[in-house]
Design a binder for this molecule. Structure first.
Ligand code: PMT
Length: 393
């Protein structure tokens, strides 16, 4: 997904420098060309050879001893970069950048580039919390730099605190988000629901379903990485939601209330959540004792969110079916007055609840039907967002 992109990865001298090898590797796996610039102190923690082996390109270690295609102009990397990522970034490098210094290859590149810059700090928690470091971070944020992390946890110095390099996934996710900022959905707001609702029976038990939230999450990421403002309404804590507004809900009723508010001014609503159609008509105040549990639970219908929320925006539903897929999906498309329904065969191998892949058929309002092969949920998300991007004015 980063094909054709050049990522300049700056590695500075902290114990977390070894984690930059994993970041470089994941960037390469995503299709990016990765140019590594190491500060002098980074080379005390990890060797240039490691990055050469991972990226297939020599790591730049000095302004004065370069070889290869970037040897003539010291700002070539600054021009080649689609994005500059510094991970890990020490307090010292952050301070140098905040002052606008150009005293080594990394600082010169950052000063000379027009590409967006992401900084992933890693340092001792006292250094991070120090007013000077915080002022430097604020200065760089004001200049448009994006920060990811640091996280709180056990640090190399043995203490607990905020200063640990953000997880590789969060760093990569930020790279995708920043690269997508000016994408074809920039300025658009997309509301996505994810996960299965839980309808309480008593304080302990609930009626629920097996939705993991992965499909909704994949859609949210696909929309975010094309520049959309994403409002993700989820019943589940999802791994990395950098750059999204996340609303946690539990029941269908709560989801209805939050969706109603979120769609105000939105361009699209995608309901990937598995919403309960019924809930217990009474919720017991205390845990129902085993010997007093009745085999009959009285249920009442929940509100149908998609049917209730109409408006001047694109509305997409999913139909989770175990039989008569197309027939049932067609009925829901019409009954809920949708622009698109994603018919999801939840019994096919590798499809539906909890899987990383999905097998879906797209049924459009105009009668067109598009059968997609088994794909990753991210690819299914991309296909739906592609269609949406073409239709959004
Ligand atoms: O979360 P995963 O593990 O990745 O699994 C993905 C998924 C199988 C949950 C997803 O792909 C999917 O099919 N979601 C829709 C599940 C569902 O509730 O389908 P349905 O046919 O019951 O509902 C049709 C549509 O109406 C859905 O968009 C649903 O969100 C919506 N609905 C349903 C009931 C209700 N009370 N209000 C609604 O808005």
């Amino acid at each position: 997904m980063l094909e054709g992109k050049t990522v300049v990865l700056g590695v500075t001298g902290g114990i977390a420098a070894y984690k930059a090898a994993d970041i470089a590797s994941k960037l390469v796996q995503s299709g990016a060309t990765v140019e590594v610039i190491m500060t002098e102190s980074a080379q005390k923690f990890i060797t240039p050879l490691t990055f050469r082996a991972i990226t297939g390109r020599p790591a730049v270690t000095s302004m004065w001893e370069m070889t290869g295609e970037f040897s003539i102009e010291h700002i070539s990397l600054a021009e080649a970069a689609d994005i500059v990522l510094i991970a890990p970034a020490t307090a010292n490098t952050i301070a140098r950048l905040a002052c606008g210094l150009a005293d080594d290859m990394l600082a010169s590149t950052v000063l000379a580039t027009r590409a967006p810059v992401i900084i992933a700090p890693a340092m001792n928690c006292n250094m991070y919390e120090n007013t000077v470091t915080q002022e430097n971070i604020q200065k760089l944020e004001c200049r448009g730099f994006t920060f990811v992390g640091p996280e709180t946890g056990r640090l190399a110095c043995g203490t607990e605190g905020r200063g640990r390099l953000a997880a590789t996934e969060a760093i990569l996710s930020t790279v995708h988000m920043v690269l997508g900022r000016n994408g074809d959905l920039a300025g658009k707001t997309i509301v996505v629901t994810a996960g299965g609702t839980r309808e309480p029976v008593d304080p302990v038990r609930y009626i629920g379903n097996r939705s993991s939230g992965k499909m909704g999450y994949a859609l949210a990421l696909a929309a975010r990485d094309r520049g959309a403002t994403v409002k993700l309404i989820s019943t589940i804590d999802l791994p990395d939601t950098t750059g999204m507004d996340v609303f946690r809900v539990g029941t269908a009723g709560e989801m209805l209330t939050v969706v109603k508010e979120a769609v105000k001014g939105a361009d699209a609503l995608i309901m990937a959540a598995a919403v309960a159609d019924f809930r217990p008509s009474q919720v017991a105040a205390d845990k129902i004792k085993k010997d007093s549990i009745s085999p009959y639970l009285k249920l009442e219908p929940t509100a149908d969110i998609l049917s209730e929320i109409q408006g001047d925006f694109i509305r997409v539903g999913f139909a989770a079916e175990s039989r008569d897929l197309i027939e049932n999906a067609k009925k829901k498309l019409a009954a809920k007055n949708l622009d698109l329904i994603v018919a999801n065969d939840v019994t096919a191998t590798g499809s539906g609840f909890g899987a990383d892949t999905n097998k879906v058929t797209l049924l459009f309002k105009d009668g067109r039907i598009e059968d997609l092969p088994l794909m990753s949920k991210r690819e299914v998300g991309e296909a739906i967002i592609d269609w949406m991007a073409n239709g959004i004015e």
